[in-house]
Every structure is written in structure tokens, then in C-alpha cells.
Write a protein that binds this ligand. Structure first.
Ligand code: NAD
Ligand code: ZN
Length: 333
């Protein structure tokens, strides 16, 4: 099979590799679409993301969909031919975190495209059968792949407690901010305020359901507090302004990855008894993601701004530099 391999920072080479054999409990998936994520681009340019360092050739890509073409021992062979969205994680079933349902926090997690685990920018991948989620025919390959970033948004929106009549503030209108915006609308939020430095991104946010968009360098947040603030920017100033905008007993969800340490307005958090949490990927989100896409409440296809072939993986990883780019997809097959 072909695999687009990151051989050193800034260099992707398409290599021939053997098709993997599914282990017991796994399925073999022929990859159709793979979304390009900011973390893929970061590995490509810098050879590392935080403490994860690329020390050997690595296949990038963790937003993937495809068709099951073979199954390992103990997997129902009638699944062959099923179109699936891949949840790109392999938790250890024996750890305490996995057992209590927080499997995203499993300390022995093996996650696609996170060194040393290869990702999906290749013709075939294996994944645990229960992490290959069947998608209905009405959900496109691209949308099935983008159920991954949608899942990050679902994890965030759940922690933010968004429901009908919520007022929500979202900082950052990249792909994550846009899915959170769409989810806030789907969950019934009546006010969805989105901030971004980039006017093109603010315009995207409006298209996908923001009721107000603000430029944080010139606009002030309104006087009326919000029920929940979700940061999808990672910017210290956005986090501080966002926390200050939340009502007493409201919620703050930090999704964006910025500096390792950050100054926070602790007295605001205390005096208002704010609930503040981080988000680390997701657990148990795929059925929700697929249902929201199938019902049309979330539109992932319209977020795709460019397509590439597997041979064009390097261009795909650099496509965030194209003005107006939201999400690029590599069509592997
Ligand atoms: P992105 O870089 O495309 O989007 C971030 C946006 O924030 C940009 O549009 C940028 O203009 C905007 N921004 C920067 N400074 C700002 C400010 N002061 N105020 C408002 N907006 C500002 O990234 P993305 O793919 O949308 O992901 C968003 C963040 O979420 C990233 O930091 C990413 O690493 C993180 N992330 C976290 C998880 C998780 O599990 N916690 C998962 C996926 C992504
Ligand atoms: Zn991602």
C-alpha cells in the first residue's frame, strides 16, 4: 500500500508499505478521506507537539473514514463492506480510566499520528472494531472523517452544559471553534458570540451560526454575562477576557492549546464559583456526532475548503496558509 510518511520535519515521502493484518478484535479499513488537523501541520513543520517528539518516520492523519475490508478474529465478518468513521484511539481496556468510561484519559493510550503510532494518511489502517463507527449512506466520506474534530466540539459542549436558551461565548473560529459554534446552535443556544482576530474566520463563524462576531482587538464583550465560555484559541488574552464574561456559577471550558502555563483571574473564578475544566479529546461522542451530521444539524461538508490526493499530502499540510482555508481533506481513494 501507499503511505505518506513524515521522514523528517518538512519532508513527506510516499512509500510502499505492507498492508497491515487486523489483530483479533480489529478491523482493516480501506481509507477514503482524511482531514488535515493543526497538529498534523505542527508535526510536519516542527517534528513535535508539546512533549510528543517524532523520532522515527511517522504517518500523519487522525481524522479518517473508510470501508471495512477485512476483520480480525472474533469480529463479525458481516461488517466487511461497512462504511465507517474511525475514532482514532486505542485505550488499554485494563486501566482504571478506561474502566470508568474516561477512556480518553487512559495513560496507555495509543492514538493515531501521535509518535510512535502511525496515522491514516495511507491506503489501509487497522482499528478496534468498536472504534470503527458505521455511517449511513447520507453521510459523505469527508463528513465521516470530520466526525473527529466534531467529537472534540461535542466533548466541549457537553462540559459547557449548553442547552436551550444558553448564552455562549466562543473564542477562536478555526475548525474547532466552527464545530463548537454549530453545536451551540444545534443544542439550542440562543446567543452565540464568537471572537477571532481574522475577519475571514469571523465571517465563517457567522455562516455557521454565530449570532454575534467580535474582533477582540477592537470590540468589547457585551455587558450581559454568558452562561458558558469555550476557548478554542489557546490565546491567554482570550481566556482571561472569556472568564471575566461568565455569569456566577457559569462554566469555562478550555479546549485551545496555548502556552503550558497561563495567568488566570483566580478571584473571578472564586467569587463567581465558576466551573473551569479542560478537554482532552473525547470519549463516547461518535454516535452523537454521526446523528447530528445525518440529521443535518451540523454541516461538516461545507467546512471543507480544499481537496488533495495522497501524493499531495505535503501541500495539504501547508494549506492552512491559504487565505480563507478552514479544513483540507486528503482523498486517499
Ligand atoms: P486554529 O489555529 O485553526 O484556530 C484558532 C483560531 O483562534 C484562529 O482562527 C485564530 O485566529 C484565533 N485566535 C487567536 N488568538 C485569538 C484571540 N486572542 N481571540 C480570539 N481568537 C483568537 O485551530 P483549531 O484547529 O480550530 O483548534 C483550536 C484549538 O484547539 C487549537 O489550540 C488546538 O490545538 C486545540 N485542540 C485541542 C484539542 C483538545 O483535545 N483539547 C483537540 C483539538 C484541537
Ligand atoms: Zn485533530
Amino acid at each position: 500500500m501507499r503511505a505518506a510518511v513524515l521522514v523528517e520535519p518538512g519532508r513527506i515521502v510516499v512509500q510502499e508499505r505492507p498492508v497491515p493484518t487486523p489483530d483479533p478484535g480489529d478491523v482493516l479499513v480501506r481509507v477514503s478521506s482524511v482531514g488535515v488537523c493543526g497538529s498534523d501541520t505542527h508535526y510536519y513543520r516542527h517534528g513535535r507537539v508539546g512533549s510528543f517528539v517524532v523520532e522515527a518516520p511517522l504517518v500523519l492523519g487522525h481524522e479518517a473514514a473508510g470501508t471495512i475490508v477485512a476483520v480480525g478474529e472474533s469480529v463479525d465478518p458481516s461488517r466487511i463492506g461497512q462504511r465507517v468513521s474511525i475514532e482514532p484511539q486505542r485505550p488499554d481496556p485494563e486501566t482504571e480510566e478506561t474502566r470508568r468510561g474516561d477512556y480518553n484519559l487512559c495513560p496507555h493510550m495509543r492514538f493515531y499520528a501521535t509518535p510512535p503510532v502511525d496515522g491514516a494518511l495511507c491506503d489501509y489502517v487497522t482499528i478496534g472494531a468498536e472504534f470503527a463507527h458505521p455511517v449511513p449512506g447520507s453521510v459523505s466520506d469527508d463528513a465521516a472523517a470530520l466526525c473527529e474534530p466534531l467529537s472534540v466540539g461535542i466533548a466541549a459542549i457537553r462540559k459547557a452544559g449548553v442547552d436551550a436558551r444558553s448564552r455562549v461565548l466562543i473564542a477562536g473560529a478555526g475548525p474547532i471553534g466552527i464545530v463548537v459554534t454549530q453545536l451551540a446552535r444545534a443544542y439550542g443556544a440562543t446567543e452565540i458570540i464568537v471572537t477571532d482576530l481574522d475577519p475571514a474566520r469571523r465571517e465563517q463563524a457567522t455562516r455557521f451560526g454565530a449570532t454575534t462576531v467580535l474582533d477582540p482587538t477592537v470590540d468589547r464583550l457585551g455587558a450581559e454575562p454568558v452562561d458558558a465560555f469555550i476557548d478554542a484559541s489557546g490565546a491567554q488574552s482570550a481566556v482571561v477576557d472569556g472568564i471575566r464574561a461568565v455569569r456566577p456559577a457559569g462554566r469555562v471550558v478550555l479546549v485551545g492549546l496555548g502556552a503550558e502555563t497561563m495567568e488566570l483571574p483566580v478571584q473571578v473564578i472564586q467569587n463567581r464559583e465558576l466551573m473551569l475544566t479542560g478537554v482532552f479529546r473525547y470519549a463516547n461522542t461518535w454516535p452523537t456526532a454521526i446523528a447530528l451530521v445525518e440529521s443535518g444539524q451540523v454541516d461538516l461538508d461545507s467546512m471543507v475548503t480544499a481537496h488533495f490526493t495522497l501524493e499531495e499530502t505535503a501541500q495539504a499540510l501547508d494549506s492552512d496558509r491559504t487565505p480563507g482555508s478552514v479544513k483540507s481533506v486528503v482523498r486517499v481513494s
